[in-house]
Design a protein around this ligand. Structure first.
Ligand code: TRP
Length: 346
């Protein structure tokens, strides 16, 4: 579909394409879990929706972080976005801290967010329980997330299952704000990835970089195999001659996400009948991953050689985002009585 001028200029209500917003924390190069759980879906969504994809560096500072590492992590995640095929011609890619309105709106939303709701968030309880001193930012994290989404009045938010509670809170914030200041924000709906919860190569915990149970999307063939080789399979299959159970084997689950679907019945059969050992099965998985990653590596190589191009893409993205953000804030400030000069002049 051609993006006509009319569509660009029209306001939230009359848009042709529905608006999508999603964000990811800048943990550097994306990994297989980010790809299966989010990025793969984002790439598809950009064809049909008006998409905003954001590197949320201001969320990253609510956890442990080092200021000197953050810039590189931000740039590396942006390179990963481009590497998997997010196309700046089709979607808006930008960094959260380049658009100060995110923080401004989150402060205003704090005034309509009950403390009890924030204290009830599973992610907050989880993370705060492991800390001696809990930063207020950790508590207010979901308010900033609500601001991210509602600043663009996005209607659709692709997220993992673990973010459903934050999305429900976003809807609640939109409802409360609307009922006090007049209907303005949509109640965005979550679009949960079909892939479900992706377990790490340890077959036990959520796939994540910090748990070191994954593989980077820009890993070369050798690294892919070095990681996949360590993957945990059906624990009951001790010897190669033991029959395996694909339905409980995480390597098989990963095959279902990454290997040609036509090959799956054979992979399951060879496992059940102990005709193929786990090592060989993992070799096939590594080959599927390697094939998937090959074009990512190629695009990333281009952007690594031309970091200025990435910076330009992010700057253009931020500029577009700021245009919409300013418009929203003008409306919000006005309705909340913060636009006092103009109000008094009337
Ligand atoms: N909290 C999200 C996560 O950890 C990241 C995020 C921040 C986000 N802002 C968002 C996701 C807005 C969707 C929409 O995955």
């Amino acid at each position: 579909m051609e993006r006509g001028r009319e569509e660009e200029a029209s306001s939230a209500g009359g848009r042709g394409r529905r608006r999508v917003f999603s964000g990811m924390q800048p943990s550097g190069e994306a990994h297989l879990g980010n790809y299966l759980g989010a990025l793969r879906q984002w790439v598809e969504l950009q064809e049909e929706y008006e998409c905003f994809f954001c590197v949320v560096d201001e969320h990253a500072i609510t956890g442990e972080f080092a200021g000197e590492d953050l810039p590189a992590r931000t740039l590396d995640l942006a390179v990963s976005f481009l590497a998997v095929g997010l196309d700046p011609e089709r979607c808006t890619i930008f960094v959260q801290s380049d658009v100060p309105e995110h923080v401004e709106l989150s402060w205003l939303f704090n005034s309509v967010t009950p403390l009890g709701d924030l204290e009830r968030m599973t992610q907050f309880k989880d993370k705060s329980s492991r800390l001696e001193s809990v930063p207020a930012g950790l508590l207010n994290y979901p308010v900033l997330q609500a601001a991210d989404i509602l600043l663009y009045r996005a209607e659709v938010v692709p997220v993992g299952e673990d973010q459903l509670q934050h999305l429900e809170l976003t809807r609640e914030i939109a409802r409360r704000w609307n009922s006090r200041f007049g209907s303005y924000f949509p109640e965005p709906e979550a679009l949960v990835s079909k892939a479900g919860r992706i377990l790490g190569l340890d077959g036990d915990q959520k796939m994540s970089k910090s748990l070191d149970n994954t593989v980077g999307i820009l890993a070369d063939s050798e690294e892919v195999w070095a990681r996949v080789r360590t993957a945990v399979t059906d624990p009951q299959r001790v010897k190669k001659s033991d029959p395996g159970r694909p339905e409980v084997c995480n390597v098989y689950t990963l095959h279902t996400h990454l290997t040609d679907p036509e090959k799956l019945p054979d992979i399951a059969h060879q496992c059940r009948t102990a005709q193929r050992g786990c090592v060989e099965c993992k070799r096939i998985l590594a080959a599927s991953i390697d094939e998937r990653f090959a074009p990512f590596r190629e695009r990333a190589a281009h952007y690594r050689e031309n970091p200025d191009e990435v910076v330009q893409i992010l700057e253009a993205g931020a500029q577009r985002a700021r245009g919409i953000a300013r418009e929203t804030m003008r409306e919000v400030r006005g309705r909340m009585g913060l636009d006092w000069r103009t109000a008094l002049a009337r």
